[in-house]
Design a protein around this ligand. Structure first.
Ligand SMILES: C[S@@+](CC[C@H](N)C(=O)[O-])C[C@H]1O[C@@H](n2cnc3c(N)ncnc32)[C@H](O)[C@@H]1O
Length: 384
């Protein structure tokens, strides 16, 4: 989950937002009808998040911060940027043409913070590339990053020429579309979407060989079968996405920051209804059919699957730890302690405390052709 601020009574969407949601629903209904009355949840999730001009990330809602639906780490201050600059500033300074490629930069806040922080850590000449599929967010990022001139550039897909430096993605993997499934009679059946009398609703689909193989291989890795009736998700596009990262990185590191767990936690017998989380105006819930396109829909990240895909793509797994341990070690033990006023101290607690974002959020460090500086915090790679 992302962090939600307290908001007991979320305001109703305005008429313009409702019209956007209705246009998106119309498009999804049409897609369901053309597919014979049912689509997989991954197609639904892709549409509600990314449908050009209508999806949650591509249309104009506020999304981030107190006026939006959730807060991410950079919206709570520059702690994460400071820790990343501290860790990678020297490494970047030692490369001949260093670049940071940030994937899914949201409001652009982390990019601005990192460019400011890097100046202190020897990374003043680093180019900053942003791969952002949302045209709306690219515009917002251009506004906030205008002061950095042509050091920042935008891409709509992975670059043709590999980069040397750091690839960074904070809370992006959780937005990759997942396939939802249910175990029935020993098989994994897709749980998809159909049109009901009162909006979209869940419906089981028929046998799907790709899904069956994916669930069988995760059960083999777990060393046990998931029980009948068990519902969860699996991200079938993750491997291809990580292949893309590996092909894009000539030499350097990849840092994935997200909420989630290792395979044993993700598919724990007690987590028998999966990990979907939706955010609307700082309220977290698990109904992805509420206000399509106006709320965020995400799923936990399976970091064991990320590590396996990375190794298969030729990347080394160089570190794994929790956000709480990472920030506490990097920021709190730094030689120049941060003087915290009450508001900043409260934001720091939200980022590091185990009951808040500190334990659910993890960092996975991947490497290619270089020994990257270690992740501050306890090395938890044995958990993967
Ligand atoms: C939850 S926001 C995180 C924003 C930002 N990284 C932060 O920490 O505030 C998810 C971001 O990922 C982008 N995104 C969603 N799907 C993506 C994909 N398949 N590839 C790249 N970016 C994606 C969204 O447009 C958005 O910028």
């Amino acid at each position: 989950m992302r962090a939600a601020l307290t908001a007991p009574y979320p305001p109703e969407p305005d008429p313009e937002a409702l019209a956007t949601s209705q246009a998106l629903c119309e498009r999804i209904r049409d897609r369901i009808a053309r597919a014979g009355g049912w689509i997989g949840f991954d197609r639904y999730m892709e549409a509600v998040l990314n449908e050009p001009g209508l999806g949650y990330y591509s249309a104009g809602s506020a999304k981030f911060g107190p006026g939006g639906d959730f807060v991410t780490a950079p919206e709570l201050g520059s702690f994460l940027a400071r820790a990343i600059a501290r860790q990678f500033g020297e490494m970047l300074g030692s490369l001949t043409a260093p670049a940071i490629l940030e994937i899914g930069a949201g409001s652009g806040t982390l990019a601005a913070q990192l460019l400011d922080e890097l100046a202190e850590y020897g990374g003043g000449a680093v180019r900053y590339l942003i791969l952002e599929p949302s045209a709306d967010l690219r515009e917002r990022q251009r506004d906030i990053l205008g002061r950095f001139g042509n050091r920042v550039d935008w891409l709509e897909r992975f670059p043709d020429r590999p980069v040397e430096g750091l690839i960074l993605a904070n809370e992006v993997v959780d937005a990759l579309p997942v396939v939802r499934f249910i175990k029935r009679g020993g098989a994994a059946l897709p749980l998809g979407v159909r049109c009901g009398s009162d909006g979209f609703e869940w419906a089981e689909g028929g046998d799907d060989a790709g899904l069956g193989e994916a669930v069988a291989s995760l059960e083999a890795a777990l060393g046990e079968r998931l029980p009948d009736g068990y519902r969860s998700e699996v991200c079938l596009v993750l491997g291809g996405w990580i292949d893309g990262l590996a092909a894009t990185l000539a030499r350097g590191a990849v840092l994935l920051v997200d909420y989630g767990g290792v395979r044993r936690e993700y598919y724990h017998p007690e987590r028998s209804d999966g990990t979907l989380i939706c955010h609307y105006r700082h309220r977290a819930h698990d109904d992805p059919f509420h206000l399509p396109g106006l709320q965020d829909v995400s799923a936990w990240v399976d970091f064991s699957a990320c590590a396996d895909a990375a190794r298969a793509a030729g990347l080394g797994v160089a570190g794994f730890t929790t956000q709480g341990l990472y920030l506490a070690e990097s920021i709190a033990s730094a030689a120049d302690p941060v003087a915290l006023d009450a508001k900043t101290a409260s934001a720091f607690r939200t980022l590091v405390l185990p009951g808040e974002m500190g334990e659910r959020f993890k960092l996975l460090l991947l490497a290619k052709g270089i020994e990257p500086p270690g992740l501050p915090g306890r090395d938890l790679r044995a958990w993967l």
